[in-house]
Ligand binder design. Structure first.
Ligand code: TAP
Length: 451
């Protein structure tokens, strides 16, 4: 049994039984048995079932959002967006089954055709920071491509995933096609790695665990998609619209209390506007509303757990604090938005993923210096740059080694565009038009037409 706690109050919400090894094996066996039936559901019918699932999620949007506010401390605005994202991803990939076509390739003496075959059982391992969207980015394309799915939510945040599993059945998905298996990563998640019937793992979480999953998966040449950590840069050039850049910066790193692999947690400001920009940023950070997350005005809620709050606090001890925002006192795992001045690129808060509402700031000289500093990390997930110079925007976009970048904006995620990391931020891409194919293998068939 795992305690499920409301991070905004520290109060126990419920207890959820964790699956052991035998139950995990039984669920994987059921998923394997369900595979043949699911892959053979006519494309139009599979599409209709996914659309119906989207409708049922939409009908339960407020309920799902409320669960996430209480279980993960997400602001209600974010939580509604997250439930809506599951619905949208379902609708988007519901268009896939009838479009999952192979090729006909010209050959002598016959015809040659390719098929995108589903893999079998796909295991999805989800972290606690975005329980709904990250689950959906894995299970939806996997199902659309004809795979069956076993999904392990994070122990801290299992409630919305469990509810989505129930809603799938309500929408008419056949039993065992999509199963949610709460439990420990070291038990349920690890079994996905070692069980031969699980043909692919989609993992989102820490780089350390991601590496161990990749190493374990090599034993069975198991496919993996990895979405790992980030330490993304927000680069502000002197020619940028500084008002807009300063106004947008707090949400770029403090949204979801900084517990976001795309958080722009390193701010690089051109030295000629460094002091001016920080003086513009300070009131924007102080105005960022850290409040009880169920209120409509909340822009940021608490951190996920007491242990995580202690980890985040350890980055601020002994650091140069430029200024902070405010956070509620009292129970719950609250932490104020905090802006730190990096003394050098060797500072721990500059180098490591804090995964909390902590922004590190450093000045840069010129374009080359900005690119060098932005790339001086083993991560490469996301990032932003602010400039009015179109040529520079393109040059810097191409030079910064990240999987997703935004110019004069902080957006990273649209369900119809690819998302994923370079370097040690990950492997493969989720979302967008191509993600579906990563849940299939290509089969090539030659048919001899000689008489
Ligand atoms: P992880 O330990 O990586 O947990 C992520 C998921 O993997 C959870 O469901 C976890 O299960 C599971 N897991 C853990 N060990 C496993 C194993 N040996 N085999 C299979 N699955 C396993 O992350 P965390 O401890 O929650 O967070 C630690 C740090 O990772 C954060 O501070 C942050 O820096 C980073 N992080 C990054 C992301 C993204 S989006 N890139 C998301 C979360 C965390 P349990 O429920 O048992 O833990």
């Amino acid at each position: 049994m795992a305690d499920v706690i409301d991070p905004s109050t520290g109060v126990l919400l419920t207890r959820v039984p964790g699956m052991g090894l035998a139950e995990t094996d039984a669920a994987i066996d059921r998923a394997q048995r369900a595979f043949d039936g699911w892959r053979n559901v006519a494309p139009g019918d599979r599409a209709r079932l996914l659309r119906r699932f989207a409708t049922v999620v939409d009908e339960h949007l407020d309920e799902l959002a409320d669960l996430e506010v209480r279980n993960a401390g997400h602001t209600v605005g974010n939580a509604r967006w997250e439930a809506g994202n599951v619905r949208d991803v379902l609708n988007y990939y519901a268009g896939a089954p009838e479009r999952l076509s192979g090729r006909q390739i010209p050959v002598a003496g016959g015809i040659d055709v390719t098929f995108h075959e589903p893999l079998g059982v796909v295991g999805i391992i989800v972290p606690w920071n975005f329980p709904m969207p990250i689950a959906g980015w894995g299970f939806v394309p996997a199902l659309a491509a004809g795979n069956t799915v076993v999904l392990k939510p994070a122990e801290l945040t299992p409630l919305t995933a469990i509810r989505l599993g129930e809603l799938a059945l309500e929408a008419g998905l056949p039993p065992d096609v999509f199963q949610v298996l709460p439990g420990k990563g070291s038990v349920v998640g690890q079994r996905f790695v070692t069980h031969p019937a699980v043909r692919k793992i989609c993992f989102t979480g820490s780089t350390e665990v991601g590496k161990s999953i990749m190493a374990g998966a090599s034993d069975q040449v198991k496919r993996v998609t990895l979405e790992l950590g980030g330490k993304s840069a927000n680069i502000v050039f002197a020619d940028a619209d500084l008002d807009k850049a300063a106004a947008a910066t707090p949400a770029s790193v403090f949204d979801n209390a900084g517990q976001d692999c795309c958080a722009r947690s390193r701010l690089l400001v051109q030295e000629s506007v460094y002091d001016k920009f920080l003086s513009m940023l300070e009131p924007a950070v102080q105005a960022f509303r850290v409040e009880e997350p169920s209120g409509d005005t909340a822009e940021m809620g608490p951190l996920i757990s007491a242990g995580h709050r202690a980890t985040v606090a350890s980055y601020v001890e002994d650091a140069d604090v430029a200024f902070t925002g405010t956070a509620p006192d009292g129970d719950g795992w609250w932490f104020p938005p905090t802006v730190l001045l990096a003394r050098s690129t060797g500072d721990r808060h500059w180098r490591e993923e804090v995964f909390g509402p902590v922004l590190s700031v450093l000045p840069f000289r010129d374009e080359q210096d900005a690119i060098r500093l932005a790339n001086d990390t083993s991560y490469g997930l996301s990032g932003s740059l602010w400039t009015r110079d179109l040529g520079r925007a393109l040059r810097v976009s191409r030079a910064v080694e990240t999987g997703a970048l935004s110019v004069n904006s902080h957006s990273s995620v649209r369900y119809w565009t690819p998302f994923g990391g370079m370097k040690q931020s990950g492997l493969g891409r989720e979302l967008g038009p191509d993600a579906l194919l990563s849940f299939t293998d290509v089969k090539n068939v030659f048919i001899n037409t000689d008489s």
